[in-house]
Design a protein around this ligand. Structure first.
Ligand code: SF4
Length: 275
C-alpha cells in the first residue's frame, strides 16, 4: 500500500471503521493486478469524504469541484485517449450533484471507470438525506425517517447505458477487487458501486452500531446473484442486499462511434482521432 499512497499526507481524515479505506485498499490491489502502468492512469474525485481519495493516491490525481468529477474525467479521456481515467467518489458527488454528468457519460459510453462509494448520505456536510438514502433512514434532515424514494444504482446505470455494472460491500474485498480489475479492463463506461459503512453518521443515527457491526450486517444480509435483473437491486434500510456483477455487455465507445461515423461521411478527409 505504501507504494500507492502519498504517505506524507497520512494520517487520513476518515473516521475509525469508515469503509472508504477498505475501498482504497481494494483499488490498490486491483491496480497491481490489472496491468495498466500507473503512469498511464489518472484518478479524479469530486467533493465529500470519498472525494478525498484523490489526495491520498500516488498517481496523477485531481480533486475537482462538487459533482464535476465525471466531466473532468471525460475531458481528460478525450484529450488523451490512451489514458485510463478512473473516477472515484461518493454517492452525493456522483449521483446527486453530478447525476446529469453521470447520465450523459454513460449514454455516450465514454471509456472511463466510475467507482462509487455509497454510504447513503452526505457525510462530510453532516449527514443530510441523499438520493441513495433508503426510505425510513434517520439523518439530520430526516429526524422522523426519510420518506423519499431512493435510486437503485445498478438499475439507474443499466438504463443509461453503462457496459459494466457491479455492486459489492466493503466486506467483499476479494470479489470487489476482482470487479475493479474487470471494470478497469472493460472498454466503455464501467460502474462499480461499493456499499460502505459510515459509522459516524449513517450507522450511528440508524442504530446499526460501528463499522464492524455493519460488516456483520453485510455478511448476514448480502446475497450474491451474478446477472441479476438490476430492477431487483433496490436497497431497503434493513432488507436483503443483492450484490454481484449485474451487467457485462459490449457496445462501441464514444470515440469508436465518432471515428466510424466521421470516417464514413468524410472519407479520406478525416484522420482517425487518437489524441
Ligand atoms: S463521516 Fe462517515 S463517510 Fe465520512 S469519514 Fe466519517 S465515517 Fe467515513
Amino acid at each position: 500500500m505504501e507504494n500507492f499512497l502519498r504517505m506524507d499526507r497520512i494520517p487520513h481524515i476518515w473516521c475509525p471503521t469508515c469503509g472508504i479505506g477498505v475501498t482504497v485498499n481494494c483499488f490498490a490491489q486491483a491496480l497491481e493486478r490489472c496491468g495498466i502502468p500507473l503512469d498511464d492512469l489518472a484518478v479524479v474525485s469530486g467533493i465529500g469524504c470519498t472525494g478525498r481519495v484523490a489526495g491520498y493516491v500516488k498517481v496523477d490525481s485531481f480533486h475537482t469541484t462538487h459533482g464535476r468529477a465525471i466531466p473532468f474525467a471525460t475531458g481528460m479521456k478525450l484529450a488523451n485517449p490512451k489514458l485510463k481515467v478512473v473516477v472515484f467518489s461518493g454517492d452525493g458527488d456522483l449521483i446527486a450533484i453530478g447525476g446529469n454528468h453521470l447520465m450523459h457519460a454513460a449514454r455516450r459510453n465514454i471509456d472511463i471507470t466510475v467507482i462509487c462509494v455509497n454510504n447513503f448520505n452526505y457525510a462530510m456536510t453532516g449527514g443530510q438525506v441523499a438520493p441513495t438514502t433508503p426510505r425510513d433512514s434517520v439523518l439530520t434532515t430526516s429526524p422522523y425517517g426519510n420518506f423519499e424514494g431512493s435510486f437503485n444504482l445498478p438499475h439507474l446505470t443499466e438504463s443509461i447505458g453503462a457496459v459494466y455494472i457491479a455492486r459489492w460491500t466493503a466486506l467483499h474485498i476479494h470479489r470487489l477487487t476482482d470487479s475493479i480489475v474487470e471494470a478497469l479492463n472493460k472498454p466503455g463506461f464501467s460502474f462499480v458501486e461499493i456499499l460502505a459503512p459510515c459509522p459516524t453518521i449513517f450507522e450511528r443515527r440508524n442504530k446499526f452500531g460501528d463499522g464492524l457491526d455493519r460488516l456483520k450486517y453485510y455478511y448476514e444480509n448480502s446475497e450474491i446473484v451474478h446477472g441479476a435483473d438490476p430492477r431487483d437491486a433496490d436497497i431497503e434500510l434493513r432488507g436483503r442486499i443483492i450484490v454481484g456483477t449485474f451487467i457485462n455487455r459490449d457496445r462501441p465507445t464514444y470515440l469508436e462511434s465518432m471515428n466510424k461515423h466521421l470516417k464514413s461521411h468524410l472519407g479520406k478527409a478525416f484522420n482517425i482521432y487518437e489524441g
